[in-house]
Design a protein around this ligand. Structure first.
Ligand SMILES: *Cc1c(COP(=O)(O)O)cnc(C)c1O
Length: 215
């Protein structure tokens, strides 16, 4: 699908849900994509991208940021504390804040810098043992812990289990965000972004539907 087509599907989903047009931001997930596909999307004028790994992003994005003004880059994948400093320097938002140790490290580094990316707390809505994220039952306390550290937590993020109805997970995430006064919801990928928009996503993370299968 083209970027245009995805955008018009997002707008249609917003309209069906009675939401303002453009209230969902499209993060083009460029991880593991050939450079020419990413450049094509930059040339179309899109500026908001997501990457999964600090290292991979560090190898690609400095040059593209120089070449294209206004690029905004979000980290979507797990963040190790030893990469936190580099992540703060490179990303405008981090969607994978998921544990106290990382929160404390980010808080210390952000204080040093006097600046911090926007943060999303990742919630493991499916309670999958192998998946990152705080458990739904621990989310309120963790959000409070982050706020006590003066971290700019703006929203929540989830990746639903592959074999379950995503709508249930999106609805749960929205409920947790609402009771914590968080305005942003990062949810929905190539297969389910319209469902996510219907349930209030402010950020959808779409990779293969824009760029094609990853190499
Ligand atoms: C890879 C990835 C995406 C995009 O997945 P697609 O199915 O290609 O749209 C979104 N979010 C996260 C966290 C990812 O790792």
């Amino acid at each position: 699908m083209s970027l245009k087509e995805i955008t018009s599907r997002i707008h249609a989903a917003e309209r069906r849900a009675g939401r303002p047009k453009g209230s969902t931001r499209l993060i083009a997930v460029s991880k593991m994509q050939p450079a020419e596909r990413v450049v094509a999307v930059l040339e179309e004028g899109h500026r908001l991208f997501g990457e999964n790994r600090v290292q991979e992003a560090a190898g690609k994005w400095p040059a593209w940021r120089d070449a294209y003004a206004g690029v905004e880059l979000h980290l979507l994948g797990p963040l190790q504390t030893n990469k936190a400093r580099q992540a703060l320097e490179m990303f405008d938002a981090i969607h994978s804040l998921d544990r106290p140790k990382l929160a404390r490290t980010l808080a210390r580094l952000a204080q040093e810098r006097g600046d911090c990316p926007d943060l999303f707390v990742q919630v493991n809505t499916g309670e999958e043992p192998q998946k990152a994220g705080v458990l739904p039952a621990d989310a309120d306390a963790f959000v409070q812990e982050c706020r006590d550290l003066d971290l700019p937590v703006k929203g929540l993020m989830c990746i639903p289990p592959v074999d379950e109805e995503p709508a249930l997970h999106f609805a749960l995430l929205a409920k947790i965000a609402e009771r914590n006064g968080l305005a942003w919801l990062s949810m929905g990928m190539s297969a389910d972004f319209e469902t996510a928009v219907a349930l209030g996503a402010t950020h959808v993370r779409v990779g293969s539907a824009i760029f094609g299968a990853r190499g």
